[in-house]
Design a protein around this ligand. Structure first.
Ligand SMILES: [Fe+2]
Ligand SMILES: [Fe+2]
Length: 474
């Protein structure tokens, strides 16, 4: 399953056998490159960046590293190898052969799923495009760019499906993916969190930890799909996603480590003193965490959703690790608990599980995202500092679903609007917090040097020495 790099569009799908498709994609390619030039990492086009490129889709195919200019990165179309025996393993079509083409009755829903996923990919590149100007080291700058080129490739992955399986509508959707802009008034990206700003590196690390992890869960659910090309595409995307979450988890961890070092050296705990020492106080890190976590769990959608039921029963989108679950994979008559507000209190209610599948995926996500927070707390604990980071209650700061119209504290108490107003600044990053974090941002370009507010990583990329030149500016 090696990838043919001799072609204009690298691929492992025998693109040259389908001339019409190849021509359509070669027509889209310059539009993509124009978009990259306009909306990709600011001022970076001439840099040589130490990037990792997939040369095959098996795990060892990731060993290829070299300095490349990002506009020359070989974006392409890579699918996990097909299993000719594969069966649909959930929903009403359970046991039937997986679809190699789009079933007519599911066409509109599948297109919508693919477009929604595809839209998040260029959105995050747009959100992050200014960050290179304030990277805390060459190592971090390179990681940002690696994430960016891979999000670009994820866009290619979805555009391939649109072009290959959805005819003219698919081609129009592929164009629209290059026309929407993150945060644009008139033509924004589809999902809320992808129109938020990623103004500083703490936001970037929180985004790659929390929001790229939403990507992981969505991709895992799509990797179960009865539509085989979607399953195979998303499975390969997941190998790239793992790196994005690593960047987030290790990034936040290094920020915490540096803060703790300074707190211990100077024997300080007061956030004002911590800030005066030029590092980010743990309280601010908690408020950033609260923001990114709550905005991200909204991405899973309404807690009860007939669309989610349809997507599952039709075999389009499964659950996280569908194949490992011991139930009947049809879920008719099963129940699930969702949160609700009754008589002025937050409680739980049983609803049909099929309607609650967004909530099921959100709960799996929550479990997974807590792991990293526990590891961050280990860093604080090791430094002998009594502070602990916490994940806020699921109902905190929600904008989607039943919880959108109530105020809930991070501890999960239902509170009045006045109480919310009085405490919001303690719970969510304020303009002042963001201004402080922004004041620390400044580009560090000397190999092996790091900004004061972040600790160096434990090891280099591809085991390169600490003073390796990950980015050459030319
Ligand atoms: Fe992605
Ligand atoms: Fe990602």
């Amino acid at each position: 399953m090696s990838i043919d790099y001799s072609q204009k569009i690298p691929n492992n799908v025998n693109l040259s056998d389908d001339r019409a498709l190849q021509r359509a994609l070669e027509h889209w390619q310059p539009a993509f490159l124009d978009w990259w030039r306009d909306m990709g990492p600011d001022g970076s086009h001439n840099f040589d960046v130490y990037l990792r490129t997939a040369v095959s889709v098996d795990p060892s195919g990731w060993a290829h590293f070299e300095h490349v200019k990002m506009p020359d990165y070989r974006w392409g179309i890579f699918l996990q190898p097909a299993d000719p025996e594969r069966k649909i393993h959930f929903g009403e079509h359970k046991g039937e052969a997986a679809w190699q083409d789009v079933p007519g009755e599911h066409r509109a829903n599948l297109r919508r799923i693919i477009v929604t996923q595809g839209d998040t990919e260029p959105a995050s590149v747009e959100q992050q495009r200014h960050l290179g100007l304030t990277a805390p080291s060459l190592y971090d700058l390179r990681n940002l760019f690696q994430v960016n080129v891979e999000e670009g490739r994820h866009l290619w992955a979805m555009v391939y499906l649109l072009h290959r399986y959805f005819g003219r509508d698919g081609r129009e959707e592929a164009e629209a993916l290059l026309e929407r802009r993150s945060g644009d008034q008139d033509n924004p990206r589809i999902l809320g969190a992808f129109n938020e700003r990623t103004p500083d590196w703490l936001s970037f690390f929180m985004f790659t930890y929390f929001t790229d992890r939403d990507g992981k869960f969505q991709l895992c659910a799509l990797a179960e799909s009865g539509f085989d090309p979607l399953a195979r595409t998303t499975r390969f995307m997941l190998t790239e996603e793992a790196h994005h979450m690593f960047v987030g988890e290790s990034g936040v961890s290094r920020v915490i480590q540096r803060t703790c070092e300074v707190m211990r050296e100077r024997g300080i705990e007061d956030p004002e003193q911590v800030r005066a020492a030029g590092v980010i106080d743990l309280e601010t890190i908690q408020r950033y965490l609260n923001f990114h976590y709550s905005v991200t769990i909204d991405l899973f959608g309404a807690d009860q959703s007939s669309n989610a039921a349809t997507f599952y029963s039709a075999g389009l989108k499964g659950r996280f690790e569908e194949g490992k679950r011991a139930d009947d994979h049809v879920l008719k008559g099963d129940a699930y608990r969702v949160l609700e507000v009754r008589d002025g209190r937050l409680g739980e209610r049983e609803v049909p599980m099929l309607n609650a599948l967004n909530e099921v995926l959100r709960d799996d996500y929550i479990k997974d995202s807590m792991g990293g927070v526990a590891r961050w707390n280990k860093v604080i604990e090791k430094a002998g500092i009594p502070f602990r980071l916490t994940v806020p209650h699921k109902a905190f700061n929600r904008k989607i679903g039943t919880l959108a119209n109530v105020h809930v504290s991070p501890q999960g108490e239902l509170i009045s609007e006045a109480e919310w107003k009085a405490n919001e600044r303690k719970w969510l990053a304020t303009d002042e917090d963001r201004a402080f974090v922004a004041s620390l941002m400044g580009r560090v370009v000397e190999p092996g040097k790091y900004a004061n507010w972040i600790a160096p990583p434990a090891v280099g990329i591809n085991r390169q020495p600490m003073d390796f030149e990950y980015v050459r500016f030319n």
